[in-house]
Design a protein around this ligand. Structure first.
Ligand code: PGA
Length: 263
């Protein structure tokens, strides 16, 4: 796992946008896995800025979102469908038919989850999956106890997640109790993973998922199983990492490694 420690939220967002933009440039018809929440907003702003400057073309990009609340219509301003349009899709030239968000209102959720997995397969799999991390260590809505081999399915949210997400709703009781989410197994099949985290509140769980043992109690630890995972943090989120100085040293050596490989 590559760990990149940046000075603040803005830098974290820029580095994450660099990685995503690089993917789009290398493969203009790439398949991106996208995330919601407070963390990726700055990354999306940066991608929009680059698009508006004419430096980034989304016309052939295909997207799959990680998760969606059950029971919120797509027009609800807290649905993830709405969030993605508001924070990214409405501001770039992504083709509407290339956008996929798990269906949270399907009459048959199980069938809808199977369909979502098939759509990912049909698209050739995900090239780069963006991820945040929840206070309880979840990736997507894979709450503690989720199988590390899980696929897209219905999950019941933890009390911690409901409390964390209450800030986006008028009151805590408005937060949906269920979500449809890609599984940990689905996420691990992406060819590259990019997890971003910022702020003191994420410091403990960040140290646990990068340096602690792999456990379904902290589903982000599954990143340790992935051969191509990058984590971009700000200083605060990185503050409890034991190997913090080593990660910084490795990152500083990167240009030298590239030169040595070329020579
Ligand atoms: P946040 O959520 O970006 O709002 O902190 C992250 C998550 O729950 O995955």
């Amino acid at each position: 796992m590559e760990v990149i420690i940046t000075k603040d939220y803005d830098q974290m967002s820029k580095v994450a946008a660099d990685i995503i933009a690089d993917q789009i440039k290398r493969r203009p018809n790439c398949v991106l896995g996208l995330a919601t929440g407070g963390t990726p907003v700055g990354t999306y702003k940066e991608l929009i800025r680059r698009h508006k400057e004419g430096k980034l073309d989304f016309s052939k990009v295909v997207t799959f979102n990680l998760d969606e609340y059950v029971g919120l219509p797509v027009t609800h301003d807290q649905s993830y469908h709405y969030f993605m349009h508001d924070n990214l899709f409405n501001h770039v030239n992504v083709a509407p038919q290339n956008v996929h968000v798990p269906p949270g209102m399907a009459p048959d959720i199980e069938a809808a989850c199977a369909w979502y997995e098939q759509e990912i397969d049909k698209a050739g799999g995900i090239d780069l999956q963006l991820l945040g991390i929840g206070g309880d260590g979840h990736i997507a809505f894979n709450e503690p106890g989720s199988s590390l081999a899980s696929r897209t399915r219905l999950k019941t949210l933890t009390e911690e997640t409901i409390k964390d997400n209450a800030r986006f709703f008028e009151k805590e009781s408005d937060v949906p109790r269920f979500a449809v989410t890609m599984g940990v197994g689905t996420i691990l099949e992406a060819r590259k993973l990019l997890l971003i985290a910022n702020g003191k509140k994420k410091a403990k769980v960040t140290a646990e998922f990068i340096e602690g043992p792999i456990t379904s109690q902290i589903t982000a630890t599954a990143l340790q199983l992935h051969p191509n995972a990058v984590v971009v943090l700000d200083e605060e989120a990185a503050s409890e990492l034991k190997q913090r100085d080593y990660y910084k040293w490795v990152y500083a050596q990167k240009p030298k490694v590239a030169e040595a490989v070329k020579a």
